[in-house]
Design a protein around this ligand. Structure first.
Ligand code: PEP
Ligand code: MN
Length: 362
């Protein structure tokens, strides 16, 4: 079928609603030949829904490749014509929005370094007014759900009806396993607050390296994300940006074949009955835990009375260390992680201090 911009709208609709939605392509459009070969090799896998390519690259430091600019947009048009894949581009200014729309870019996304800046987001939103184009919004580089939400609101107020989220991790100082810490709990919280918005995961910018892309992608699917955006390049090691994290279209197809795709729910009475039974056991145990915690607080209050009568401080560091050491030893035997034990006992200990504080200062 001849790809025209009007039947493309239907294709984009269908892709937007498809689960999982898979977007791939190079970090940056570099040359016309590279864009076209990438698109053709991706299309040949039959596993890709949209082609991505960075045209304007917001680089953290000057001096690295800053994107090919507007001259790359016709290359994307050509790639779309040859493969039928809708194309997605990052926009950070009003002019970039205009240029992208002028060259029939099908989906726009706002990058992490733009989401942090309300002035930039507003400029993009103003340029979007009246346009009928889906927009994906990456999380801001810093772990702030309000900025992410603010960007969604600005774009929505400009009249954009189809908005989706991209979770690409958060900057952290120092070397970690990841280029950007996933902080999954933040993505989960954003999903909880906005159940109507689709959210896809970007393992490439979380990992910053190709060897751990699979595990992050799998985790996203296990957490019921709606899709993935993964960078691919015909010659990853020689990519002009983000070389370490890109994979060839063929390797990407292999990875997508290895992922265990899960669904949020199934229509089976047996499954639901079994699940319900286990959930009741969990509820029951949670109730018991709370009873026990409440008893623990009562005892802490009694200790508070004693301390008050003898004018002793609430916090006794030795005792707190002893509690933690004991909990680590026991927890290890019971299969509970050290990080969990620390967080749990911190919370319990703080609550005990609050209870004692009330007693001591009443
Ligand atoms: C990108 O997608 O190539 C990019 C620059 O991503 P981010 O905004 O997540 O850093
Ligand atoms: Mn990139």
């Amino acid at each position: 079928m001849q790809v025209t911009q009007s039947n493309m709208k239907e294709t984009v609709q269908a892709k937007w609603n498809k689960r999982p939605l898979i977007i791939s392509g190079p970090c940056s459009a570099e040359t016309e030949a590279q864009v076209i070969e990438t698109a053709e090799r991706l299309a040949r896998t039959g596993k890709i829904d949209m082609l991505r390519a960075g045209i304007w690259k917001p680089r953290t430091r000057p001096g690295s490749f800053e994107g090919i600019g507007t001259k790359g947009l016709p290359w994307l048009q050509q790639a779309k014509k040859l493969t039928g894949l809708p194309v997605a581009v990052e926009v950070a200014t009003g002019k970039q929005v205009e240029d992208a729309l002028h060259f029939d870019v099908d989906v726009l996304w706002i990058g992490a370094r733009t989401t942090v800046n309300p002035f930039s987001v507003q400029e993009v939103a103003d340029a979007l007014r009246g346009a009928d184009v889906p927009v994906l919004i990456k999380n801001p580089i810093n772990p702030d759900l309000e900025l992410w939400t603010g960007a969604v609101e600005r774009v929505a107020k400009a009249g954009i009806k189809q908005i989706g989220l991209i979770h690409r991790g958060f900057s952290a100082y120092g070397n970690t396993e990841y280029r950007n810490a996933p902080m999954w709990h933040l993505a989960i919280e954003m999903k909880r607050r906005n159940p109507e918005l689709m959210i896809i995961n970007d393992p490439s910018h979380i990992c910053g390296r190709r060897d751990i892309l699979m595990e992050v992608a799998q985790k996203a699917i296990d957490l019921d994300f709606d899709g993935l955006m993964i960078e691919s390049h015909i010659d990853p090691d020689n990519a002009w940006s983000d070389a370490k994290q890109q994979v060839t279209p063929e390797r990407l197809a292999e990875m997508l074949g290895e992922i265990v795709w899960r669904k949020e729910d199934i229509n089976s009475e047996e499954y639901h009955a079994a699940l319900e039974k286990l959930r009741q056991q969990i509820n029951h145990l949670d109730d018991e835990l709370m009873q026990i915690l409440s008893q623990r607080m009562k005892i802490a209050e009694k200790i508070g009375e004693y301390k008050k009568n003898n004018n002793i401080t609430i916090l006794q560091t030795n005792r707190w260390n002893e509690i933690l050491e004991r909990a680590f030893r026991k927890g290890e035997k019971l299969g509970l992680g050290k990080e969990f034990i620390t967080k749990y006992f911190d919370a319990v200990h703080m609550e005990s201090i609050n209870h004692q504080n009330k007693i001591m200062n009443s």
